[in-house]
Write a protein that binds this ligand. Sequence first.
Ligand code: ADP
Ligand code: ZN
Length: 622
Amino acid sequence: MDVLRSVFGYSAFRGQQAEIIDHVVRGGDALVLMPTGGGKSLCYQIPALVRDGLAVVVSPLIALMRDQVTALREAGVRAAYLNSSLDPNEAREVERAVARGELDLLYVAPERLVTPRFLELLDRTDLALFALDEAHCVSQWGHDFRPEYLQLSILHERHPMVPRIALTATADAQTRAEIAEKLGLGEARVFISSFDRPNITYRVVPKKTERQQLLAFLRENHAEDAGIIYCMSRAKVEDVAAWLNAQGREALPYHAGLPPDVREANQDLFIKGEGIVMVATVAFGMGIDKPNVRFVAHLDPPKSLEAYYQETGRAGRDGLAANAWMAYGMADVVSLRQMLEQSEAADTHRRVERGKLEALLGFCETATCRRQVLLNYFGEPFPEPCGNCDTCLEPVECWDGTVAAQKALSAVYRTGQRYGAGHLIDVLLGNATDKVVQQAHDSLKTFGVGKDLAKAEWQSVYRQLVAAGFLTVDIEGFGGFRLTDSGVAVIKGQKPVKLRKDPVQERRRGVHDALRRHVSRGGSAPGGSGGGLSADGVSRSGARGTLSPADDALWHALKDCRTRLAREQGVPPYVIFHDSTLLEMVASRPQDRVGFGRLPGVGGRKLERYADAFLEVIREQG
Ligand code: ADP
Ligand code: ZN
């Protein structure tokens, strides 16, 4: 508790942190499952400081190691890292520091850790604990498998008395069991947190003119914020980034096809800058722990709900309100279905893939709370609607679409199960286009039976029918629709169909700039639930506000001060102070060091170094 305040400047533990820390400090083994942004790092950093000796942290992510060590040093902690980014001299220097007992925390890449040289060094060192970060890397079935992780059990064999804490944000039971087994943590106490990310507002909007929609979303909500925009292809990444720049928004591209130095430079700019938008393929994001990513947008659907959760989870690590926004339309549904049909994978694998796709489509099309759908998918019951997703904030109407579905499906059937939505809708609306006339589809019984709905409504009907699996998509030819068995059941009147009414116009309210809202509510009282906004603080977002001109001026002046200090030291701005700390400065305007020291995120060392600079800004701005 003392360390939490004096080193990290926080006034309260979050969630299970206190219990976990207590358990590890006493020498117990722990397996910690906590979502991104949940505060895993403190769970080993505090025991590392409280217990005697060196804490060894195994992490596969080089960028993350560097950031963590920078932040720790900034807080006055004796920390270092060892990985392939150091030259031999630097590495030897770190080893010497270990040997002299000058470090409290050492971050090590797994391949480095299991070398005989390093293991011998550890044999000669007094050890506080082993922390195994990103522990799911031990899972051979996961995406991040690291063979070296399988060798980590050697640590326990050589040092049976040293406590171990394994941490991951991957929730599923299978991975958990694998971690326990492969790392020999069967006896460890397991700490499972809720995987809810209450400060993230989930939204899925029907795709129309995606770029204009995106731009409106950015202008309305995130004019000055940093965020990530995910696209499926490299070409689209480049296009969207260039287009955003032309619209006056600073955006950078990131995908695996860019030269490594460009990728690294763009990532660095994103991390060290303020308000930069990263347009990226899924190649971007692993190991980025920038806390003030205010939004994650998807212009193409993610691969699965797991991927969606992980990608959107990069928003709002600081606990302040953040947006997850996705534009999704007919073409996306069609290509997802096609991909599935094409996949040549073995049957069992394909069944798994199909299940994942259905879950993703179900999430996109749901008329109920998105958070409930998401968390239920991960096996976590979430009893009440969340109040912080689009379907909660702007409930969608449902309608009995049985008759419309029957019309839409018979149009498919009577035209020979070869056409896509465009032609079918012409038939339904009675449009005698050349193609309709040529195929004599104007003589069909279904010709013109759909005049009661508009074109956009029929598009929505077809999208939902494909999403719900009443129709499937032909993979040869041009993606024509075919009926499935359940589609046939609908035509026969054996199955009612409930459809959601797409919002006519995107309504934009309630998710205005998170920061403004935070300040307008007077910030969070120190000693509260920690880390700024609490879960229900976000859902009460109806009370949105704007910063007064004076607050706005101070906020920008404080940010400028932070940028200047960060540049001088070559570190990301958030290493100096998080946004939430600056916001508390705006809200409470401390006048002296005593007041400054009470701000969340101001530990002893930061008080020492930065109080004067920021106090001066506050005084100048009056
Ligand atoms: P994870 O590794 O679980 O994704 P981190 O350890 O990076 O999460 O923590 C997420 C953010 O929350 C960090 O910016 C951290 O400083 C902050 N944080 C963690 N614990 C607390 C706390 N008890 N009070 C306030 N902020 C906290
Ligand atoms: Zn909800």
